[in-house]
Design a protein around this ligand. Structure first.
Ligand code: FCB
Length: 433
């Protein structure tokens, strides 16, 4: 049987984010957005993970995980401007300790889509002061847990954050304004750079060098209609803005959206120690000048019936070969990669397992070609609150009954555990379920 053996110490695990699992994140902008009825579900108690994190980490260990990605909630630490909640800071120190005690390597995200309400009220990431405010928060976190954390994610999916919240208006502040979106991107670049330096500066002698990155959402963009020059052009432009420009800023200190804006941010140069890759699938793009502020739009799936054979319950295209492509392409940056998210919300658990297996095989194929991947964190450990889509989509290796908070390990969670514990995966086609 052909199989691929992963390197020793490969970081197998799963990811979550604070707002999606913790519950009662009352000082965050997303909480206010939900209370205002802007989305169909309210996160409420979510998975009550704020209270149950120890049990949830025990579950992760029982499933063979060796790493865990989670986020710290700024709105809990600084519920009002300049007012710090030491209890919340102690809580996250406990979380990191709980991970370390279980030999789960912490991968800690500092910003995962949510902000304190006071921050948004002062203009959020459109305000140039956002960088100092974010830095102040990061410095507190570094002081509290820096010694115990090696892998950091400063900002989760900066471009998805910007698109959802400032272009499509699907999250707070609900803006649809390309100009604001460009300002947000610039401040996120600067915020990342400030956080990168703060995390490195906080390192105490004797503790390991931190490894800092963003978690970058990296779809493979394809034109809806291959014969259309406009579709091909707009999918290349989207690829540049969405996939490449931010990374260019964090490697070269300079990036441009041709004809629109050039960012010169020398302090952002060389501020990636590895690259966090979030991968879900391919995205089809078509020329749609009527689509509003963003220059193109995701294609109506009806335009390419022959290309898309499989979709998730959210309608996302499933295409594991694109994962191999994205990993090989990103490896050209010369940085090690860490898969910070990959997973699916198929209603049928067998489909979830099929998705995971085929994507892990796709990652193994990239590694066979020499791509350095440090680990794989599946999205997600638990079913959780999927933003504007509410509690409907279920991404968990572990099912959550929201009425009782009962956890039930899914078969896909057990199958994934076999890969984590054996550290190998069959590549035989007979296994390509
Ligand atoms: C990613 C987000 C994560 C979750 C998954 C399904 O874009 O980072 O919070 O919503 O999608």
């Amino acid at each position: 049987m052909r199989e691929f053996v992963f390197p020793d110490g490969f970081l197998w695990g799963a990811s979550t984010s604070a707002h999606q699992v913790e519950g009662h994140n009352v000082h965050s902008d997303w909480w206010a957005w939900e209370q205002a009825g802007r989305v169909k579900d309210r996160s409420g108690a979510a998975c009550d993970h704020y209270q149950r994190f120890e049990d949830d980490f025990d579950l992760a260990v029982s499933l063979g995980h060796r790493a865990h990605r989670c986020s710290i909630e700024w709105a809990r630490l600084e519920p009002a401007e300049g007012q710090w909640d030491d209890g919340a800071l102690r809580h996250y120190a406990d979380v990191v300790r709980a991970l370390r005690r279980r030999r789960l390597e912490p991968v800690i995200t500092l910003h995962h889509f949510t902000n304190p309400q006071w921050f948004l009220a002062r203009g959020g990431w459109t305000n140039p002061k956002s960088i100092d405010w974010f830095l102040r928060y990061v410095q507190r976190v570094a002081l509290a847990v820096g010694d115990s954390v090696r892998y950091w994610v400063t900002i989760n999916e900066p471009l998805v954050y910007t698109r959802l919240h400032y272009v499509q208006g699907l999250g707070p502040p609900g803006a649809r304004d390309f100009g604001q979106a460009l300002r947000v991107i610039e401040h996120l670049i600067r915020g990342h750079a400030a956080a990168y330096r703060a995390l490195h500066a906080a390192r105490r002698p004797g503790s390991p060098r931190p490894r800092v990155s963003i978690a970058h959402h990296l779809p493979e963009f394809r034109p809806c209609r291959r014969w259309s020059l406009r579709d091909r052009w707009i999918s290349r432009v989207t690829d540049h803005i969405y996939n490449l420009a931010f990374l260019q800023a964090l490697t070269e200190g300079r990036a441009a959206v041709p004809g629109v804006v050039t960012w010169r941010i020398p302090e952002a140069r060389a501020t990636l120690d590895y690259l966090g890759v979030n991968f879900y699938g391919r995205q089809f793009i078509r020329w749609a000048p009527d689509a509003g502020a963003w220059p193109g739009s995701s294609c109506d799936l009806g335009h390419h019936p022959r290309e898309v054979t499989e979709r998730t319950s959210l309608g996302w295209d499933v295409h594991p070969a694109s994962f191999t492509y994205v990993l090989c392409r990103m490896a050209q940056m010369g940085l090690p990669l860490l898969v910070t998210e990959n997973g699916t919300c198929m209603e049928d658990d067998e489909h979830r397992w099929r998705y995971l297996l085929r994507h892990i095989q796709a990652m193994a194929r990239a590694m066979q070609r020499g791509v350095e991947v440090l680990g794989y964190c599946c999205w997600s450990l638990l079913d959780n609150f999927e933003w504007a889509d509410g509690f409907g989509p279920r991404f968990g290796l572990v099912e959550v009954d929201y009425a009782t908070q009962r956890r039930t390990v899914r078969d896909s969670g057990r199958q994934y555990a076999n890969i984590c514990t054996s550290n190998r995966i069959p590549l035989d086609t007979s296994w390509n379920v």
